[in-house]
Design a protein around this ligand. Sequence first.
Ligand code: NAD
Ligand code: FE2
Length: 385
Amino acid sequence: MAKAFDFVCNRQVLFGEGKIKELAGLISWHGVKKVFFAAYKGIGKDYDDAVQSLSEKGIGAYKYEIATEPDLNIINNGRDIFLKEKCDCTVALGGGSVIDTAKSINMLAANGGNVEQYQMEGKQAAKAPTLFVAIPTTAGTGAEATKTAVVTNNNNGLKKSLYHTSMIADIVILDPVLTLGLPPKTTAATGMDALSHAIESYVSLNANTFSEMFGLKAIEIINENLPKAFREPSNIDARGSMLLASYLGGQAITAGIGIAHIMAQPIGALYHVPHGDACSIFLPASMELNMPYAAKKYAKIAFALGVGKIGASDEENTKNAIKRVQDIQKEINAPSKLAPYIAATGKEADNAVMIDCIKRTTGHITCNPKPLNEALMTDIFNMCK
Ligand SMILES: NC(=O)c1ccc[n+]([C@@H]2O[C@H](COP(=O)([O-])OP(=O)(O)OC[C@H]3O[C@@H](n4cnc5c(N)ncnc54)[C@H](O)[C@@H]3O)[C@@H](O)[C@H]2O)c1
Ligand SMILES: [Fe+2]
C-alpha cells in the first residue's frame, strides 16, 4: 500500500498574468472590511493598484512594510497593529519574509500570546484565524503553500519554525507580473531554494505519492526555467514557470526537509546568509553525502534534470544530477561556499557552535536519507565552509 500521509492544502489557488486584479473581488465576497496588508519595503505600483481596487469595493487597508526576514519584534508589533486597527483579513504581498510574517500575525491575532510562546514553548493555536491571502513576489520559498513560518528569535539568535494547520493561506494568487522586477541575485537565490525543496522532499524518508509528484515536476520546470529567468528577467513565461515550480516545491517540502535545509536554516541566522543562498551552498554536498542511501531516487531526479542516462548505474546518474545542480548554480552565479558570509560577520567557522545551534533548532528532524548525527553535520559543514 502507498505510504500514509496528511496533506494540508490551500482552499483556492489562482495562477496567471494579471491575476492580482481579482484580489478585491475575492475578498469582498468574504465580507472583509479592513485588510492588514503586509508588503515588502519599497514595493510601489503593485501595492498602490491593489489598495485602489480594494477601496473601490469599500475595503480599507493598513500597510505593514517588511524590510528583513521575520523576527519576534516584527511579528509581535504587527499583532498589536492588527488588533488596534480592527482588521478582519490578512494579505501578504511579498517574498517568504512577508508571507511568514503575515502568516504568524494572522495566527497570533486570533489566538493571543506572543510568537515566542508558539516558537519555543510549544503553545498551540486553538482558534481559526481570519481570512489569509498569500501573493508571492519571489519564486522560491513556496511559503504560500505551507503551514510553517520561519522566524529568528531575537532573544537567543536562533532561527526556528512555528507551524499549525490553521496557518496555511486560504487563497493563493500566483501572478508572474509581480516577479518581473526581482533583481538577478534574488532570482538566483530564491530559485535555488525552490530547487532544494523539490530535491530534498523527493528523497525524504517521509516522501509520499503527493509530495513526489509535486517535487519531480518542480525539478523539471526549474531546470528549464531558472537559468532563463536569470538571463531574461522580463521573460514572463520563465517567471510564471518559476512561480509555479516554487509553489509545487512548497507543497512537496511538507514531506520534510533534509540535511541541506537542516543546515541552511540555523546557519543562515548564525552567519547572516540569506535563506536561498544557504540552500544553494548546501544542496550539492547534501546529494553527495546522501548518495549511498538514496541513489535510486537521485537517478530519477537526474532524468527530471535532463541528464539521466539510460543504462547507467544509479550512482552514475546521481553524479550526473549533482553536476547539473552545480552547473545551474554557475549559470546563475549562485553561491557554493560559506566563507564570504562567515568572513563578513567577523566570526570564525566554529564546528562546536554550529552543532549546538543545529541541536537547538532543526536537529530533531529524522527524514534525511542518511541518519542525522554530529558526524554528518560536521562533514557537510567542512565541505561547504
Ligand atoms: N514558510 C516556509 O515554508 C518557508 C520556506 C522556505 C523559506 N522560508 C523563509 O522565507 C524567508 C526568505 O524569503 P525569500 O527568499 O522569498 O526572500 P525575502 O522575502 O526576504 O525577499 C528577498 C529580498 O527581495 C525583495 N523583494 C521581494 N520581492 C521583490 C520583487 N518582486 N521585486 C523586487 N524586490 C523584491 C525583498 O524586499 C527582500 O529585500 C526566510 O526567512 C526563509 O527562512 C519560509
Ligand atoms: Fe527553503
